[in-house]
Design a protein around this ligand. Sequence first.
Ligand code: AP5
Length: 215
Amino acid sequence: MNLVFLGPPGAGKGTQAKMIAAQEGWAHISTGDMLRAAVKAGSELGNQAQEFMAKGELIPDSLMCAVVGDRLREPDCSKGWILDGFPRTQVQADRLDETLASLDLKLDHCVYFHIGREILVSRLTGRLTCKGCGANFHSQALPPEQDGVCDHCDGELYVRVDDQEETVRNRLKVYDESTAELIDFYDQRGRLLRIEADGTVEEVGARLAAQLRDS
Ligand code: AP5
């Protein structure tokens, strides 16, 4: 199955995408994770992206579309994929359509994570991310077994630079201005599946699995 996960920062897209992609053998294509890896590696993409990310602004469309176009051509995408964090603008959505047409692929669903605004800030400002494997934890909702240490790879946990409250608020504003319009775009094409993204990780996962099964 080929899916787009859409929703505001902190809605739980990455948490659910990692779980379901691992279960189903699909590729999990997180543009945020790809950009953070590029920053860490000091690559040209990382150098260009760093400043935008630190402010909670979007990386230019041309750059993002090229990165995702190349990624979708990699062999591990042949069994299915989840695009997590892309598209984020109308230009990106149009370019994705063109790329899929050129690869003779179709998008099955855009899963929209619907959630109240007040929950997002507390999810993001409490997030802990692993420096090693990128796994996400939450200081209260999903704490690691040992303080500051990743359960999966023993890597060090850190607070993402864009998870400071002021930057979080800017990311939510950018989402409202540039990304939220894609909900209607995919709805009008009959591709939208809406899930309620509040509740525990397990509850949201069960809702998502049920919706995909029945779709
Ligand atoms: P990106 O990494 O994509 O950030 P985001 O969309 O803002 O998404 P998040 O990772 O913050 O939220 P999420 O919905 O995945 O939530 P998560 O599962 O982690 O992008 C970062 C930056 O890169 C952007 O600001 C931009 O600069 C750039 N960028 C990326 N893609 C781009 C693009 N296409 N175009 C241009 N620029 C781009 O969960 C959040 C927290 O909540 C975690 O702590 C988690 O443990 C916890 N949690 C999750 N689910 C639950 C639950 N059910 N109950 C309680 N806690 C939960």
